[in-house]
Write a protein that binds this ligand. Structure first.
Ligand code: ADP
Ligand code: MG
Length: 282
C-alpha cells in the first residue's frame, strides 16, 4: 500500500495478507520485508525476489510502475509476476485476447472515450437498461460508473479516457462475484464476494464482504480454462474473478495477475503454497 499520507479504507487487507504470509514464509526460511514500490532502488538491494503485494495505486501510474519492475529485473531480482505479465495485465484489453482464445468474457464495448451517446448506444446494443462503464486501466472499482435509462450521464459527460462498457450483470448483486486463486497454476481456494446492500461493487471499500466458497466442478473448470488461456505460463499467482451470465455460465470479469488481494482468510494454506512456489524460483 502507498506508504505516506492517510491510509486507504481497505489498507487492512494489506495487513491481513502480510500477517498471513509472514509465518508461512518464516517457516520456509524466507525473510519477508515490506517495501513501497516507489522506494529508492537501493532499498531493494540484496533481495532475491520481489512479490508484488498491494500496490494499489499502480493504475494511476502504470508506466512508472512497470518501469520500476523492469529496473528491479535488471538488477537480477526475480519479479513476480514478471514485468511482461504486468504490462499485459495492466490494460483490460487483455480480455479480448482471452475471448479470442475461447474464454467467455462479460460482453464489452471497447471505446477510446465514452459520452452520453455511447452509453445509450451500448444499452441498445446489449438490450439492457443498465450498464457499467469502467476504465481500461483500472482497479478497485474506482472511478467507474453505473448508468441506467432513468439515470443517464449528462449530455456533456465524458469518461475522458479509454474505457469499456458492459451490461450490468444482476448476478453480481444477487449471488455475488466469484474468485478463484491459483498458485503456480494450481487451484488454491475459492471466495464468494458479496456487495453491501444497495451497492454492486464487491470491494471492501464499498462495504463488500467475502465468504468461503467451494466451487462446483463445472465452475472450477471454467476458471481453469481462463488460466489455461493466459498467454504466459510463469505466473506465481493469479486471481480469476468471474460472474454469472444469464445463460448460467461464468464469465471472466478480470484475470488479475498484478497485485491481487489473495483473500488469505478464505485460503488457510495460502502462505505455505506461496512460500513453496517462491522457494522453487530461488
Ligand atoms: N458488468 C458488470 N455488472 C455488474 N457489476 C459489475 C460489472 N462490472 C463490474 N462490476 C462490479 O464492479 C467491481 C469492479 O469492477 P472490475 O471489472 O472488477 O474492475 P476493477 O479492476 O476495478 O476491480 C466488480 O467487482 C463488480 O462488483
Ligand atoms: Mg475487480
Amino acid at each position: 500500500m502507498p506508504g505516506d499520507g492517510p491510509r486507504r479504507g481497505d489498507a487492512f487487507e494489506h495487513d491481513i495478507q502480510v500477517g498471513a504470509l509472514r509465518p508461512a514464509f518464516e517457516a520456509a526460511g524466507l525473510e519477508l520485508v515490506e517495501i513501497d514500490w516507489r522506494a529508492p532502488l537501493d532499498d531493494f538491494e540484496g533481495l532475491s525476489l520481489v512479490l508484488l503485494g498491494t500496490a494499489w495505486d499502480y493504475q494511476d501510474h502504470p508506466r512508472e510502475f512497470v518501469t520500476r519492475l523492469e529496473e528491479l529485473g535488471e538488477r537480477g531480482i526475480i519479479v513476480c509476476n514478471p514485468p511482461p505479465v504486468v504490462r499485459w495485465n495492466a490494460e483490460k484489453r487483455y480480455l479480448r485476447e482471452l475471448e479470442r482464445r475461447g474464454v467467455a468474457i462479460v460482453p464489452t464495448v471497447w471505446l477510446d472515450d465514452a459520452g452520453h451517446g455511447d452509453v445509450a448506444a451500448a444499452m441498445n446494443q446489449f438490450g439492457t437498461d443498465r450498464v457499467v462503464v469502467k476504465r481500461q486501466v483500472g482497479a478497485g472499482g474506482l472511478r467507474q460508473h453505473s448508468f441506467s435509462r432513468d439515470a443517464m450521464p449528462d449530455q456533456d459527460w465524458r469518461m475522458g479516457r479509454p474505457c469499456m462498457v458492459q451490461p450490468f450483470l444482476p448476478s453480481v448483486v444477487e449471488e455475488g462475484e466469484y474468485t478463484f486463486l491459483f498458485i503456480d497454476g494450481e487451484f488454491s481456494h475459492g471466495v464468494l464476494k458479496r456487495a453491501a446492500q444497495g451497492e454492486y461493487r464487491i470491494q471492501s471499500l464499498y462495504g463488500g464482504y467475502e465468504t468461503d466458497f467451494t466451487p462446483s466442478a463445472e465452475d472450477l473448470a471454467g476458471a481453469k480454462a481462463v488460466v489455461a488461456a493466459l498467454p504466459f505460463d510463469d505466473l506465481l499467482y493469479c486471481r480469476i474473478d468471474m460472474a454469472r451470465l444469464h445463460s448460467g455460465e461464468l464469465a471472466v470479469m478480470e484475470a488479475e495477475a498484478i497485485e491481487p488481494y489473495l483473500y488469505p482468510e478464505q485460503g488457510p494454506g495460502l502462505g505455505e503454497r506461496l512460500a513453496k512456489a517462491i522457494v522453487a524460483r530461488l
